[in-house]
Design a protein around this ligand. Sequence first.
Ligand code: 2BA
Length: 107
Amino acid sequence: MKLILAIVSNDDSSSVSAALTKENYSVTRLATTGGFLRSGNTTIIVGTDDDRVEHAIELIGNESKRRTEIVPSTASYDIGRYASFPVEVQVGGATIFVLDIEQFVKL
Ligand code: 2BA
């Protein structure tokens, strides 16, 4: 049995979790914070049989593809004067760890 830890953006966490649950994976979501950007992300925990790991990774990948989005941004040119312009940002993606489970107990 394996433990999958998947760190995804908060925006993708619901669809990743829904896709996994639909395929009968048990899922736990943790609210986590990235050490570099210090902003919130979500860590998804899945315990599953070895032969179902690749399918879980595929589902996570489908729902958290790295993509570019256009978001509004503002710049100040002078005291009290601001301009709004769109900027491209990279969102999504997943960082996935797969660990061996030594023991799995439900009481
Ligand atoms: P990613 O590499 O896609 O990582 C996204 C988030 O996944 C990270 O958030 C962190 O929470 C987790 N993560 C990634 N690799 C990990 C690992 N080896 N161990 C544990 N957790 C891991 P952040 O730390 O906020 O990083 C956000 C993004 O900033 C990263 O995206 C990467 O593109 C960049 N980054 C992270 N550390 C960096 C560094 N030391 N120098 C330059 N860029 C960095």
